[in-house]
Design a protein around this ligand. Structure first.
Ligand code: AVI
Length: 309
């Protein structure tokens, strides 16, 4: 059966590959297989962010809950299959939980799980793209709001878009709202590269899966084995970049357009920005949020920041 193809996918791929520096927006990495591979990445020994953030939440939850939520409604941006949410709900005992996710399947599954496990919390799932305007359910009118944006997903947005997104969260949640956000810290390059180019090769599969998706959904003929995964640290811009590098001269067709890559040329597929303490706070301030408190692990690998709109 032919899959439904999102016209925005076709446009992003064809336009992105036609740019002088070929790139494809990272959101297209997450088809069903890509999401499964990302779940696998979060369990890899070298991928520290998920493990560190979860441990941090567990260790500091009492303190975080006391400052962040008093009978509030928790609004989670991009709830996915998050395992961090139960920790929050257990400790904060919010009046309501509003998971927002673009994937209806994930959303219904996670909302159902929360509903069964926390019968006293009203769950109001919203199927939406949180980067676009979102109406919150009227059932939470009048409740204080806490936005939750874990996982350092903010790092996948270039600072210009990250500040737009933070301002958008402020518009959705309203003045007086709070935001608990996870941000990955700058650290030695070897550790960053190991996290994004693991010895098990899972991140390579995740990155290359994008080419398989293009072949399948856009009936293209990219020779996937002629591309290799590469993770690079861009020191000037403070980010890890994922690229797909042509191993040899490669030609392929997408949508009756021909594309040619010389050996060594790349397709840029993702950015993952890392922030120092001041950079993180400045980003929040530029996005309309005043930092109130910050928690980090013993190695200062990862930070959770509570901010107020
Ligand atoms: C989803 N996001 C926060 C991950 C990250 O670390 O930037 C995506 C990822 N890409 C490769 N590994 C993980």
């Amino acid at each position: 059966m032919l899959e439904q193809v999102d016209p925005a996918f076709r446009a992003d791929v064809v336009n992105g590959l036609s740019e002088p520096i070929p790139s494809i927006p990272a959101r297209w990495l997450y088809d069903r297989r890509g999401s499964e591979l990302f779940d696998d990445i979060t369990r890899l020994p070298s991928y520290y962010p998920t493990r560190t953030e979860t441990a941090l939440l567990k260790a500091k939850m009492g303190e975080i809950a006391a400052l962040a939520c008093n009978g509030c409604a928790i609004v989670e941006f991009g709830s996915g299959s998050s395992t961090k949410t139960p920790l929050l709900l257990q400790a904060m005992k919010p009046a309501a939980y509003v998971p927002i996710d673009i994937s209806g399947d994930y959303l219904r599954e996670s909302a159902g799980r929360v509903d069964r496990r926390f019968p006293d919390i009203a769950v109001h799932p919203v199927e939406a793209d949180f980067t676009k305007p979102v109406d919150l359910p009227k059932e939470i009118d009048g409740l204080p709001r806490l936005g939750f944006f874990p996982g350092s997903t903010i790092g996948n947005f270039v600072p210009r878009s990250a500040t737009d997104l933070l301002r958008h969260f402020r518009d959705i949640l309203g003045t007086g709202a709070k935001l608990l956000i996870g941000m990955d810290r700058v650290k030695p390059v070897e550790r960053l590269i190991a996290a994004y180019d693991d010895p098990e090769g899972v991140t390579a599969k995740f990155n290359l899966n994008l080419l398989r998706r293009i072949n399948r959904e856009l009936e293209a003929d990219i020779p996937v084995e002629d591309f290799a995964h590469e993770a690079r640290w861009n020191d000037m811009l403070g980010r890890v970049e994922m690229h797909l590098v042509a191993r040899s001269n490669v030609e392929f067709m997408i949508d009756r357009k021909r594309f040619a890559f010389a050996a060594g040329e790349t397709i840029h597929t993702e950015n993952s920005h890392k922030y120092g303490p001041r950079g993180a706070r400045l980003l929040l301030l530029a996005g309309g949020w005043t930092p109130l408190a910050e928690w980090t692990d013993d190695h200062q690998d990862f930070a959770l920041i509570l901010a107020e709109a």
